[in-house]
Design a protein around this ligand. Structure first.
Ligand code: ADP
Ligand code: MG
Ligand code: ZN
Length: 478
């Protein structure tokens, strides 16, 4: 048995988060809406209707192209891709075949461990192409019956095809996760995995180590989570390895398989379909798309910061891998952190309050409504600026802010709990009086004797005084 190498390439489908569908005015957000209520004669493919491309979708696809380093083709067009299946009422999908929107990009990514720390060097995966198309409807099989919901039919998709550059299931997942971050960063897709907004077809083959040859592949269709992507690939690689051992070589021809989550195994669907099977031809109802260099330059100028750029910025600020990851993946915390750090110029405190404490109160994936980020930002800045608020109180105050209170209100409500200037003066006078021995020792040069006096003030204030501030005031006084 020779040493074998795994070769993986992905086709990624991501739903674009536009207001309306790809070729009609129907609502593109069908989430939670009754089946077949966001449909019209165009997305249902009725004869005599005409598709009109969605400008917003095209812009989002162009931004996604630029973000993955692809070159936008100044001239490209839509094609009809035919297949006959009940999820596709017109009998063809409007896609792009030989002149896709963009080509030849690359995405750099890292593999991380569970706590978000980088493992190993930066990897690169080439991108073959990105094109636009419309999604199909959704079928639900119930015993003998099949239910059809066409709300999703016509949703704009970008399809991103990679080069066969990935070498393990782990790399495939890390790449897919980076791609997800990028699509979210440029606001092309919400890429919500739970809502099926991002799906993968994974092609995999084996070859002898050192060989550059591409052997026939097995294409695993329609994986809709990172977990199933990883498991399906792991399973299929093992299966192909065993087959190689038994038959002395790779697959004889390309095949298409499905992943059955419940059985944890792949299932043969068919020999792979070829372009011929789809009878592609240029979509006669939509003129070719033409972009000028100026259009593309304008879009480039509008591009938001990409995950790779954010990563550099936060690494330079001295943040840990897991903090960087959190800021990239969770724009809610990023918006707050950026403003707080900029306003207070105190990165250390901003990290501790926003990335540790606040993140403890607000979970980004629990589906609950989060408090308004401008409000939270403003209040955290006020919290840091208010010197009367001690470290001890900070966390409790933060909880109240999350619950919608302003720092001003909290201080007013919990007034007893904060030690104001005159109260503090008084406490310090008293402390000096009550601890003559410690005062004596301190004056004689025994620095640590001050600890006893600080402790007295803390106790007297019911733990509310800020020890650092007490220390400082005492030293001044003595
Ligand atoms: P199709 O739509 O017919 O599946 P595409 O060219 O769109 O064809 O996609 C092919 C995908 O399969 C790409 O991601 C490519 O990198 C990958 N691929 C091609 N050949 C191999 C191979 N021998 N082993 C693994 N992956 C492959
Ligand atoms: Mg394919
Ligand atoms: Zn419609």
């Amino acid at each position: 048995m020779p040493d074998l190498e795994t070769v993986i390439g992905l086709e990624v489908h991501a739903q674009m988060n536009t207001k309306s569908k790809m070729f009609c005015g129907c609502d593109n957000d069908a989430f939670g809406k009754p089946p077949n209520t966001t449909v019209c004669p165009i997305c249902m493919g009725h004869p005599g209707t005409l598709p009109a491309p969605n400008e917003e979708a095209i812009k989002k696809a162009m931004k996604a192209s630029l973000a993955i380093g692809c070159k936008i083709q100044e001239e490209n067009h839509f094609d009809r891709k035919h297949y006959f299946y009940p999820d596709l009422p017109p009998g063809f999908q409007i896609s792009q075949y030989d002149f896709p929107l963009s080509t030849k990009g690359e995405v750099k990514f890292n593999i991380s461990d569970d706590s978000g720390n980088k493992v190993g060097d930066v990897r690169v995966c080439g991108i073959t192409r990105l094109h636009m198309e419309n999604d199909a409807g959704k079928l639900t099989h119930r015993g003998e019956k099949t239910l059809c919901d066409y709300n999703r039919a016509g949703t704009p998709l970008v399809e991103i095809v990679t080069e066969p550059d990935l070498r393990s299931p782990e790399e495939a997942v890390a790449f897919a996760q980076e791609l997800r971050r990028i699509l979210i960063a440029v606001n092309s897709s919400e890429a919500d995995m739970f809502k099926g907004m991002m799906r993968f077809d994974a092609s995999v083959s084996l070859r002898e180590k050192g060989s550059k040859k591409l052997n026939p592949r097995s294409e695993i269709k329609n994986l809709n989570s990172f977990k199933s992507l990883e498991r399906a690939l792991t399973y299929e690689i093992k299966r192909l390895g065993k087959k190689w051992e038994e038959e002395g070589g790779p697959l004889k021809n390309d095949i298409t398989v499905g992943w059955v989550d419940d059985d944890e195994q792949t299932k043969m669907l068919r020999d792979k379909e070829t372009a011929m099977d789809y009878r592609y031809f240029p979509e006669p109802d939509i003129p070719p798309l033409r972009f000028t260099k100026k259009d593309i330059e304008k879009l480039k100028a509008e591009m938001p910061a990409l995950p790779s750029e954010l990563k550099l910025k936060y690494e330079e600020m001295g943040l840990e891998d897991f903090e960087v990851r959190m800021l990239i993946d969770q724009p809610y915390f990023r918006i707050i952190f950026d403003k707080v750090a900029e306003e207070t110029k105190d990165v250390k405190r901003s990290r501790s309050i926003v990335l540790t404490q606040l993140a403890g109160f607000i979970k980004s994936d629990d589906g609950k409504e989060k408090p308004d980020e401008d409000f939270v930002t403003e209040q955290i800045i006020a919290l840091i600026a208010d010197e009367r608020i001690t470290k001890n109180q900070e966390k409790e105050y933060l909880k109240d802010i999350v619950d919608g209170m302003t720092v001003e209100q909290i201080v007013k409500d919990k007034g007893v709990r904060d030690v104001d200037e005159s109260e503090m003066e008084e406490l310090i006078e008293k402390a000096i009086e009550a601890n003559p021995q410690a005062v004596e020792s301190f004056k004689a040069g025994k620095e640590q004797a001050i600890g006893a006096i600080v402790g007295w003030v803390m106790k007297e204030s019911g733990g509310q005084a800020d020890p650092a501030r007490v220390n400082e005031m005492l030293k001044k006084k003595l």
